[in-house]
Design a protein around this ligand. Structure first.
Ligand code: UT7
Length: 330
């Protein structure tokens, strides 16, 4: 029988070694541990140092996911790297392919900000469902610390660096039970890491824009409002496609943006707190990495077991948002 179903069979994660706690941030901006902890749930975050890069942490997470899945790098057909902070604007997935020795794999980056992992999951699934590829390595990784304005207390308290990875494999039964993806570009201006052009005249009459990317800007209140409203809706839609009800969810893994968002979404969906996975306190918002990082930790801790039903949702810049319902393991 042809295997056209999708199973998510292994996970791995990696974070930089340096940790910055809230107290440390008070040396940079006018803030307090109390304010950050009560408004966001974050206590500390990891920051990539001089000898760390997206490539290094994403490769480490990938090696762990490959081992957990019981495959080898040579088995991988496709590497998808969900990131907004590549080491190279041409992409970082190819560098990871080389590090892993995944010689058969085609590799490319995918950018959908904090929704990147969920968008990547659905993208990977399409290649498997069409019978094109059997083993896909999906990585969510970001080093937002490179792009944070460390003088802006509205944003610098939120973000951290990290990487998480999963292996998706062709399977007789389909464990990706339902999904829904959304974009609203009219709200793009609420969260940006924008390129700012500066005109350079090459020769008379021929101008090019040689600018730079600018630090992250965010309208926190609007992003908060958007998340609390749209995330429950999109999870409901994904559940509908999966033909499941909310009480059949074993675990809710939301993009780790703010504990208040996690609590509000769970409350709106009527999901009890003990089913909500959260590691915000330790890592802050790690963008595309946050879902696979939280997933992998819960798997390592023995919380998530094969057969458990997981509802996951990513949301953020774009604005983009999406949800996927899947059953863990083969
Ligand atoms: O991946 C998606 C990315 N983004 C998000 O998920 C962000 C979603 N938004 C949020 O998480 C929240 O809006 C924040 C945590 C960013 C801000 O929390 P808030 O409860 O919306 O605070 P606020 O912006 O309404 O600010 C309240 C007060 C203000 O003072 P006044 O005007 O009331 O005197 C701010 O100036 O808190 C002040 N403030 C701070 N005070 C201490 C803002 N940032 C800080 C800070 N420390 N770091």
């Amino acid at each position: 029988m042809e295997k056209l179903g999708v199973a998510i069979i292994g996970s791995g994660s990696a974070v930089p070694t340096t940790s910055l706690d809230n107290q440390g941030l008070t040396q940079l901006v006018d803030t307090s541990d109390e304010w950050i902890a009560t408004r966001t749930g974050i206590k500390e975050r990891r920051l990539a140092g001089a000898d760390e890069s997206l490539k290094t942490i994403a490769t480490m997470a990938s090696f762990k996911a490959i081992a957990a899945a019981g495959i080898t790098a040579a088995d991988i057909d496709l590497i998808l790297l969900a990131t907004s902070t590549p080491d190279d604007l041409f992409g970082t997935a190819c560098q990871i392919q080389a590090e892993l020795g995944a010689t058969k794999a085609v590799a490319f980056d995918l950018t959908a900000a904090c929704s990147g992992f969920v968008f990547g999951l659905v993208t990977a699934a399409q290649y498997i469902r069409t019978g094109v590829y059997q083993n896909v390595l999906l990585i969510g990784g970001d080093i937002l610390s490179r792009w944070v304005d460390w003088q802006d207390r509205g944003t610098c308290i939120l973000f951290g660096d990290g990487a998480g990875a999963v292996i998706l494999q062709a399977n007789e039964s389909d464990r990706l039970l339902g999904f829904e993806l959304k974009t609203d570009g009219t709200q793009n201006h609420y969260l940006n890491l924008a390129y700012k052009a500066s005109t350079d005249e090459l020769i008379p009459g021929v101008k090019v824009n040689k600018g730079n990317f600018q630090p992250i800007t965010m309208n926190g209140k609007e992003v908060y409002r958007f998340a609390v409203q749209r995330v429950p809706e999109v999870i409901d839609k994904a559940l509908f496609h999966a033909n499941l009800s909310v009480d059949q969810i074993d675990w809710l893994i939301l993009h780790q943006a703010n504990q208040r968002i996690l609590d509000a979404v769970a409350q709106r969906l009527n999901i009890p707190a003990h089913k909500v996975i959260s590691n915000l306190a330790e890592y802050g918002n790690t963008s595309a990495a946050s879902i696979p990082l939280a997933l992998d930790e819960a798997v390592q801790q023995g919380k998530i077991k094969p057969g458990d039903i997981i509802a996951t949702s990513g949301f953020g810049a774009g604005l983009t948002w999406g949800a996927a319902i899947f059953q863990w393991g083969r």
